[in-house]
Every structure is written in structure tokens, then in C-alpha cells.
Write a protein that binds this ligand. Structure first.
Ligand SMILES: NC(=O)c1ccc[n+]([C@@H]2O[C@H](COP(=O)([O-])OP(=O)(O)OC[C@H]3O[C@@H](n4cnc5c(N)ncnc54)[C@H](O)[C@@H]3O)[C@@H](O)[C@H]2O)c1
Ligand SMILES: [Zn+2]
Length: 365
């Protein structure tokens, strides 16, 4: 088992990464405070892993009272209405201030359960058990929680850190291929924004990742968590550096919003968005053509989209990007690549004409 710490002084917490971790009751139990646990999961993950997790919490005569709430599955349910089901269950089952909420599932469940934990009784303990690659390399780490608003993704939320993150890499064995590829898009992101060596490793090992080679997956998860943990510990509330984790996300979120939540997977939209960000960076003269084509190449090999869907128009992009969380005083700040592989900037100081050119080159109208 590997352990990566997210260093946040008195709120420092461990990320456990390894095979068979859902067979180790001590690991989970030592982070449970109080006697009541509410496991939050969904209709897809519950039949696969809920019994196992409940058993783990109750193992060795622990006397922990375990309740669960099973939400409908999908990004389109990442909303206030679904969140109420968590609060309803928590109130009905008398969860108290010392209870622990456990998120069992992908990023949607993690974000919703975390937000529920932040708000319930003004904050209860929270543990993440991410079961998608996306959640294991990104969303379960760093404490961003929340739900979508019909007009924009993740507009309602809180920063709220978990007690620990338990990543059992065996859970990836049941993950559909499309979901695996979506997670790989975020792995590629870490290489591009700050870890050239990791990007090169991915160029060498992409086929192994797609074949779910356990060692390759474990390495990619560990290296991704290390990168994310470092960024989060330097800039927990996103004063600047942390925003770089959103490479490709401004375009990506516009795609997700534009085609309706759930049409494309998050990582798929991010992959197309990353190619668009690279295109803009190249137009600005900030990266050279060879880097641009390496990015395209690697994402194509990862079997994720490298352009937005044909239903996305320039106007749609512009309207949706105007309400992005990274707009400040009317200026849209973007994460763009600049210089050698592994370097990026978070800036509004780019030629907006170049942005228009990028949008026009990817949209037919
Ligand atoms: N908080 C953050 O920092 C952060 C970072 C990145 C993404 N996100 C959010 O994460 C969400 C995307 O997460 P996701 O890609 O995990 O999507 P998801 O949670 O919808 O999971 C994808 C699908 O896989 C299923 N699933 C989960 N684990 C499985 C398993 N082991 N076997 C079989 N099926 C399984 C789910 O039920 C779902 O159908 C988005 O809402 C995005 O905004 C948040
Ligand atoms: Zn993302």
C-alpha cells in the first residue's frame, strides 16, 4: 500500500492507495469518529461494493451503526433535489454531530456526499472511497465539493476536506472502458501543467493503462494524487496555483453544460477542452507545434474526444464561458500552456482574437 499525505497543517489527511484495501477494516475504522456512519452511494455502485463496505465498517465487532442512502446514478442527478435525499436519510436515521459520511462511488457521489457532510449540522466527518479512475486521480482529493445549477456546473458548493481517502485499485476492474478513458484525460492534465516526466511516462505506458495493467494504474494514480496533493497543500482555496488543475476545463465545462449534463463524460469534455486550450496556446505562440501534436496524439491514444461535438457553436461557447467561475471583473481567465512541456499559466492576458479563432476553428457555426 502507498500512502500520499495531503498536507494541510491540522487538517492533514492520508490517501491510501493499493489493491485489496476494501478487505482491511482497520484502515477505514480508524478514521470513523462516533458510532454512526451514513454511506452515500448510487444504484450502480451499491450492488457492487455496498455490502463489502458495510461489512468492513462492522467488522471485528466494531458496534458502528451503518446506514446507507442509494441515489440515482448520473451527472444529471448532481443537484439540490438529490442532495435532499441525503439530508432526509441523515435526519431520519438520527445522524449526530459525531457521525461520519462515507462517499462510495465516482466523482458525482464524492462531490455530493462531501457537500452534504459540509452542510449537515454545519459539518460532520467525511471519508472518500472513490471507485472510478476519475475520482481516484482527481475528485476525491482536495476537498472541492458541490452540486450543479441548471445554468452551470458545480456552481453551488464548499471546500471541505475528508478525514481520509481509501483507493482500492481493484474497484477499477468493474469500471466500463469509457469511464476509464475519461479518467485518463485528467491524468494527462497533470503531466501537461506541472510534470513533464509523468507526461513522458504516459506516452510510454498508455497502452498498459488502457489494458488496466495493475502496476501502471497504481503508478498513474499515485503520481496523480501526489501532484494534486502538492497543489492543494500550497493553495487550498484556489487563490491562483490550484486553478491550473482546470486546464481544458473552461472549454470542457461549456461542452458539458451546452450538451446537457450526462451527454458527455466529464473527462471526455476535458479532453476536447485540453486540445482547444493547446490550440489557443499555439496560436498565441506560447507552445510549439510539436508539443501541440504530442498532446493530440496522446489523447487520441487514450480514446477520448479531441474536438467538441458538432452541436457546440461559437455563440454557445461564448455564452456559457461568460458565467464560468474563473471570470473576474468581466475578464475570463484561462489556463494555457506556455513554454516547455510541463509549464502553464493562469491568465486573462491573452489576445481575445486568438480565442475567437480557436472557437471558430473547432465549431462549424
Ligand atoms: N471535486 C473535484 O475536485 C472534482 C474533480 C474532477 C471531477 N469532479 C466531478 O466528478 C464528476 C465526474 O466523476 P466520475 O467521472 O467519477 O463520474 P461518475 O461519478 O458519474 O461515475 C461514472 C459512472 O461509473 C459508475 N461507477 C462508479 N464506480 C464504478 C465501478 N467501480 N464499477 C462500475 N461502475 C462504476 C457510476 O455509477 C457512474 O455511472 C463530475 O461531476 C465532476 O464535476 C470533481
Ligand atoms: Zn476535471
Amino acid at each position: 500500500m502507498e500512502v500520499v499525505d495531503v498536507d494541510l497543517s491540522d487538517r492533514t489527511y492520508p490517501i491510501y492507495i493499493g489493491s485489496g484495501l476494501l478487505d482491511k477494516p482497520e484502515l477505514l475504522q480508524k478514521h470513523v469518529k462516533g458510532k454512526n456512519v451514513l454511506v452515500v452511494t448510487n444504484t450502480t455502485v451499491a450492488p457492487l461494493y455496498l455490502e463489502k463496505v458495510v461489512g468492513l465498517l462492522k467488522a471485528n465487532g466494531s458496534k458502528i451503526n451503518v446506514e446507507s442512502v442509494i441515489l440515482p446514478d448520473g451527472e444529471k442527478y448532481k443537484d439540490m433535489g438529490t442532495l435532499m435525499k441525503v439530508f432526509d436519510k441523515a435526519v431520519e436515521t438520527r445522524m449526530d454531530r459525531r457521525c461520519t459520511f462515507v462517499a462510495l462511488g465516482g466523482g458525482v457521489i464524492g462531490d455530493m456526499c462531501g457537500f452534504a457532510a459540509a452542510a449537515f449540522l454545519r459539518g460532520v466527518n467525511f471519508i472518500q472511497i472513490p471507485t472510478t479512475l476519475m475520482a481516484q486521480v482527481d475528485s476525491s482529493v482536495g476537498g472541492k465539493t458541490g452540486v450543479n445549477h441548471p445554468l452551470g456546473k458545480n456552481l453551488i458548493g464548499a471546500f471541505y476536506q475528508p478525514q481520509c481517502v481509501v483507493i482500492d485499485t481493484d474497484t477499477l476492474s468493474t469500471l466500463p472502458e469509457r469511464e476509464l478513458c475519461s479518467g485518463i484525460a485528467e491524468v494527462v492534465k497533470y503531466g501537461l501543467i506541472r510534470d513533464a516526466k509523468f507526461f513522458e511516462w504516459q506516452e510510454e505506458n498508455m497502452d498498459k493503462l488502457l489494458a488496466r495493467d495493475p502496476d501502471a494504474l497504481a503508478y498513474a494514480i499515485k503520481r496523480s494524487c501526489e501532484n494534486k496533493a502538492e497543489v492543494v497543500s500550497l493553495d487550498e482555496k484556489e487563490a491562483g496555483l490550484r486553478a491550473t488543475l482546470n486546464l481544458g476545463h473552461t472549454f470542457g465545462h461549456a461542452i458539458e453544460t451546452g450538451i446537457g449534463y450526462g451527454g458527455w463524460l466529464h473527462g471526455e469534455a476535458v479532453a476536447a477542452g485540453t486540445v482547444m486550450a493547446a490550440d489557443l496556446s499555439f496560436r498565441l505562440g506560447w507552445i510549439d507545434a510539436s508539443l501541440q501534436s504530442r498532446i493530440l496524439n496522446l489523447l487520441e491514444r487514450a480514446k477520448v474526444p479531441v474536438a467538441p461535438p458538432s452541436t457546440m457553436t461559437v455563440e454557445k461557447f461564448q455564452n456559457i464561458m461568460a458565467v464560468d467561475k474563473k471570470v473576474v471583473d468581466g475578464d475570463l481567465r484561462l489556463i494555457l500552456l506556455k513554454g516547455e512541456l510541463g509549464n502553464c499559466v493562469f491568465t486573462s492576458a491573452y489576445d481575445t482574437k486568438a480565442l475567437e479563432e480557436t472557437l471558430h476553428s473547432f465549431c462549424s457555426s
